[in-house]
Design a protein around this ligand. Structure first.
Ligand SMILES: C[S@@+](CC[C@H](N)C(=O)[O-])C[C@H]1O[C@@H](n2cnc3c(N)ncnc32)[C@H](O)[C@@H]1O
Length: 229
């Protein structure tokens, strides 16, 4: 069993092979197992009121296409990147649309996307697996047009501090996927340093559950806009 690692000092400590292996196994049940975080994330994205019409969207860590299908239903083009071929195989079946490009890619490496051509970058439940958020913010700022939007939805840092992380159970055996602790300012600081302005932040829990010490917010969402100047 793998537990949440202490925050990485450098991107080099990432073990993407281990993450890929874990998601290969998880892909079998990712869409069918009980997962309140996955489900709340889907609700929040659909409620986020992002401008999708005519948009070129880049999706980070698209997984099995849970959100890709929604994005593709409105956007002009979606480039959906993910590390794990087995997750992407399911996404391709789920979203066979010709205006969606699924790309096997490690987000810690330069993204295969041109400069200044994207309207919206969306990342859902993926950045806990990435140590260096500065590189992600840098690449998002590079590919977005001025005025473009970066929308992130991640497991809330309060949950991470309770040692929660991406995990799944098959045949009674639980696998914890390698993850890095990110505080809220860990997201905001590098975004500001790369020219983003924070437009909105939410800390969400599923319906009717009161937020308290036993029940911290489940998901943190951040909506940034790339400064036009
Ligand atoms: C919890 S799933 C989320 C999938 C989808 N965004 C969703 O909300 O259902 C995390 C995904 O991130 C992908 N991932 C993890 N590390 C990655 C990396 N370094 N580069 C690209 N994708 C990565 C995994 O392969 C997996 O599909």
């Amino acid at each position: 069993m793998k537990r949440l690692k202490t925050k990485a000092k450098s991107a080099n400590v990432q073990n993407t092979g281990s993450v890929r292996q874990a998601y290969k196994a998880w892909s079998e049940i990712y869409d069918s197992n009980d997962n309140a975080t996955r489900d709340l994330d889907a609700v929040l994205l659909r409620a986020a009121d992002l401008v999708l019409e005519h948009a070129h969207v880049v999706e980070l860590g698209a997984g099995t296409g849970k959100n890709t299908r929604y994005l593709a239903s409105r956007a002009h083009h979606v480039t959906a990147m993910d590390l794990t071929p087995a997750m992407l195989d399911r996404a391709r079946l789920r979203v066979p649309d010709s205006h969606v490009s699924f790309v096997e890619h490690d987000l810690t490496q330069s993204w295969p996307v041109d400069n200044n051509c994207v309207d919206l970058v969306v990342g859902n439940l993926v950045l806990e697996h990435i140590a260096d958020l500065g590189f992600v913010m840098q690449e998002a700022a590079r590919v977005l047009r001025a005025g473009g939007t970066l929308y992130l939805s991640e497991l809330h840092p309060f949950r991470q501090l309770q040692s929660k992380q991406a995990r799944f159970t098959i045949d009674g055996e639980t696998t914890f996927v390698d993850a890095f602790l990110h505080t809220t300012s860990d997201y905001i600081r590098p975004a500001l340093a790369n020219g983003f302005v924070l437009r909105e932040m939410t800390e969400a829990l599923e319906d009717n559950l009161p937020v308290n010490v036993e029940n911290p917010p489940r998901i943190l969402t951040l909506r940034f806009e790339l400064n036009a100047s």
